[in-house]
Design a protein around this ligand. Structure first.
Ligand SMILES: Nc1ncnc2c1ncn2[C@@H]1O[C@H](COP(=O)(O)OP(=O)(O)OP(=O)(O)O)[C@@H](O)[C@H]1O
Length: 292
């Protein structure tokens, strides 16, 4: 089983420490969501993982081999990002041929379907693409190259709602036809919440969360009822956020509940990944702690 490992990676730009001793293991055939607030270091991490920039410390290994200048291993990974690697005057058709030369075995029939569905003219020049179509074209490349690890940095940047839906459904189809690992860095948490199997949250240079989504959601509890009862019930629990509606209060707890009795007046349910992310990365009342 292939594993892409990030071992003790640190990176600073000048005096700004962006990544501090990051350790991660990406397993085969999973879909990871890489989340973090603006400037958290997501792109920096993805660039380090694909040898586009170098860490100050630590290394990245694929199947126990360092990926640094290792063409065989790097050929098993593809990073789609905002950065344009192609010259503006090159036609899309030419870029597809060049990509095939580099990676081999490009999935032309899938590409043809995507090109048709998204309505792209591959005889046009790369530099003429709109922001959305620039992303769409790079996504088509990313979905059709024969790699084990597909890293998507803000994949739906500039895509309209219809195209985002189409992309997500093609991603799921492609994953089920040809399982491989996807690492998706995005701010559109609600849109990927049902697609990703695992969630990683990067915050202030460190990994705040790295777990299967199912396990994470099982630890989210919204406790709603009369403020006094809610306060009493959640005393000592890891309350990461709250809402108040008149005399009714909702306390949001992250972590396991103990067997304390639930008052009849209080209702328990789970809350979603986006809410969890907002609370965790907002540093609610300074009392937050993550549970890895
Ligand atoms: N080449 C560079 N030189 C100096 N600073 C950089 C460089 N690249 C990134 N940074 C800084 O590192 C920090 C992390 O940037 P990065 O792009 O990795 O974050 P991100 O999580 O992808 O952010 P966003 O969600 O806003 O795209 C930012 O403060 C950014 O300004």
């Amino acid at each position: 089983m292939s594993v892409l490992e990030v071992n003790h990676v640190s990176k600073s730009f000048g005096s700004n420490t962006i990544l501090q001793d990051i350790n991660l293991a990406f397993e085969e055939n999973k879909i990871y969501g890489l989340l973090g607030r603006n400037g958290a270091g997501k792109s920096t991490l993805l660039n380090i993982m694909t040898n586009r920039i170098f860490p100050d410390a630590g290394d990245v290994k694929l199947d126990s081999e360092n990926i640094n200048d290792n063409d065989t291993k790097l050929g098993l990974m593809y990073l789609m990002s905002e950065v344009n690697l192609y010259s503006n005057g090159t036609t899309l058709k030419q870029i597809i041929s060049d990509t095939e030369l580099m990676y081999g075995d490009f999935d032309h029939s899938f590409a043809a379907r995507l090109i048709d569905e998204f309505g792209i003219d591959i005889n046009q020049k790369f530099g003429k693409l709109s922001t959305g179509y620039n992303s769409i074209f790079k996504l088509i490349l990313a979905l059709c190259v024969p790699v084990k690890f597909v890293l998507l940095d803000e994949p739906v940047l500039g895509l309209d709602a219809n195209h985002r839906e189409l992309f997500y459904s093609e991603l799921i189809q492609s994953y089920s036809d040809n399982p491989r690992t996807f690492i998706i860095s995005t701010h559109l948490i609600e849109e990927v919440a049902n697609i990703i199997s695992d969630v990683i949250v990067l915050d202030q240079g460190r990994i705040m969360l790295d777990q299967p989504v199912e396990d994470v959601l099982a630890k989210t509890h919204s406790v709603v009822g009369p403020a006094k009862d809610v306060e009493r019930y959640t005393k000592g629990l890891n309350v990461i956020g709250h809402d108040t509606m008149g005399t009714i209060k909702a306390n949001y707890v992250y972590g396991d509940l103990d067997d304390r009795p639930l008052p009849d007046t209080v209702q328990l349910s789970n809350f979603d990944l986006q809410k969890l992310f907002i609370f965790l990365t907002n540093k609610y009342e300074g009392s937050m702690h993550s549970e890895n």
